[in-house]
Design a protein around this ligand. Structure first.
Ligand code: URA
Length: 447
């Protein structure tokens, strides 16, 4: 195979055969194809797209560039969830123990936060002692013993993605549906799962900001999952404001602990229960998503989801006393309240900027080697649709960093828009995607 003719074929809108894609990607991983040719290929895909067959092949080749974990010896349908990420997205922390408490094994491999979004691994690691770097053998053992495991990606999984993503990042080719689908699904399919629920976020804090782009990505991800023989469904969920009230690593763990103990943070728990209901359904423990949602709620109310969280924190080396008594966690040196400043209703958030501000307080990183401060972050006391009074608190934030407090207070106030007219809150879950296509999601009247 001549790499130049393959690049030219894609550049001119042609469809690549399986053997061509296979050879090109494997030669790249083994160092026979240089970065500049892979960069040209990525740009050609960015402009010309890929057929669904090409997408499936790309994912399969990327998946098999590394280890594919075999969990077939563990009984039950193993189900995971993947979110495209957002601000305050702590769903996994509640969802994973809740679904495991319903009897569905959840092997979860998550990522770190970068830019304006947080990552599940950083949140988990804010619990003193919690380790997310386990060997594949330990990963298997823990999921077999507890029905749940929460780890970070190892270098053995989908190395092609690691190499290609690093190039995409510096060649302006990240925002391509087939490349994103290959990247996400190659990692997820390597986990040893049988089924997958996707949470594709839309809105001004999401990776896919427009609804149509989120739908295209959700359709592509579901198609790749089904093609790989995994039962896969997706939801389009709202990211036009931070999810829940807290943004920042330990703050999000604390909010998740409260939800696991029964607090109903409306948007957060609605998204968590819908995704959880789908996981329980795909895991064969309920006859429908709605019934799965009821089982999820029951796992929260009975305390079983909380117990499962305590169990996995202890099993992965975390100090469970912080779960039982979150108030004993250290606090930041600086705390500042931001007031509403006028009467009216909260109309909207500049969610991406909110994420960037949290990052500037120490809660996130702009490069993967930056250190994060688990204590830093923001709590929002108002969400879209809430009534605001001039002197009421709108948000409060915490940081140890010097010289950022006044600037952040001003910026944060300008990120949250208040209007005179009444505003309806956005629906937390917009739509459902499966192999039959897309349907608007109608929230069942269960509760
Ligand atoms: N997340 C991934 O893992 N890969 C992408 O390409 C985009 C988001």
């Amino acid at each position: 195979m001549n790499p130049v003719s393959l690049i030219r074929k894609k550049r001119d809108g042609g469809t690549l055969r399986r053997d061509e894609l296979h050879r090109f990607i494997t030669d790249y991983v083994s160092g026979k194809i240089p970065d500049y040719q892979m960069s040209a290929f990525l740009m050609a895909v960015y402009f010309k797209g890929m057929s669904s067959e090409e997408q499936a092949t790309l994912t399969d080749v990327m998946l098999h560039s590394g280890k594919v974990i075999d969990l077939s010896a563990i009984p039950g349908v193993k189900v995971d969830k993947h979110s495209t990420g957002g601000v305050g997205d702590k769903v996994s922390l509640i969802l994973a123990p809740m679904v495991a408490a319903c009897g569905v094994p959840v092997p979860m491999i998550s990522g770190r936060g970068l830019g304006h979004t947080g990552g599940t691994l950083d949140k988990l690691e804010s619990i003193p002692g919690f380790t997310t770097t386990l060997s594949i053998d330990e990963y298997k053992r823990i999921v077999a013993e507890t029905g749940l495991v929460l780890i970070g990606q190892t270098s053995e999984i989908a190395p092609a993605d690691k190499m290609m993503y690093a190039l995409r990042d510096v060649t302006a080719t990240v925002e391509s549906v087939p490349l994103i689908a290959g990247s996400i699904m190659s990692k997820k399919l390597a986990e040893g799962i049988d089924a997958l629920v996707l949470d594709v976020k839309t809105g001004n804090g999401a990776f896919m900001q427009t609804y149509d782009d989120a739908v295209s990505l959700a359709r592509a991800l579901v198609a790749v999952g089904l093609n790989a023989g995994k039962n896969t469904v997706g939801f389009i969920t709202d990211m036009s404001q931070p999810l829940g009230s807290m943004v920042g690593n330990w703050l999000e763990v604390k909010e998740s602990i409260a939800c696991l103990r029964g607090r109903d943070v409306r948007d957060l728990m609605e998204v968590t229960c819908v995704l959880g209901g789908a996981m329980v359904y795909l895991g064969g423990k309920s006859a429908s998503i709605e019934e799965g949602m009821k089982l999820c709620r029951a796992a929260i109310w009975s305390g079983k989801a909380y117990e499962k969280f305590v169990e996995i924190v202890g099993r992965q080396g975390g100090d469970v006393s912080f779960v039982h008594q979150p108030e004993k966690y250290p606090v930041c040196r600086h705390e500042r309240e931001v007031l509403c400043g006028r009467n009216g209703f909260v109309q909207g958030f500049d969610t991406r900027r909110v994420g960037a501000l949290a990052s500037g307080l120490g809660a996130g990183r702009s490069s993967l080697t930056d250190l994060i401060d688990p204590k830093a972050g923001i709590a929002f006391w108002k969400k879209i649709g809430d009534r605001a009074e001039e002197k009421e608190p709108l948000a409060v934030f915490w940081t140890d960093r010097e010289g950022v407090v006044d600037h952040t207070a001003r910026e944060l106030a300008s990120c949250i828009h208040i209007t005179e007219k009444e505003v309806s809150p956005p629906r937390p879950v917009h739509a459902f995607v499966d192999g039959h296509g897309l349907k608007p999601w109608v929230m069942p009247q269960l509760f």
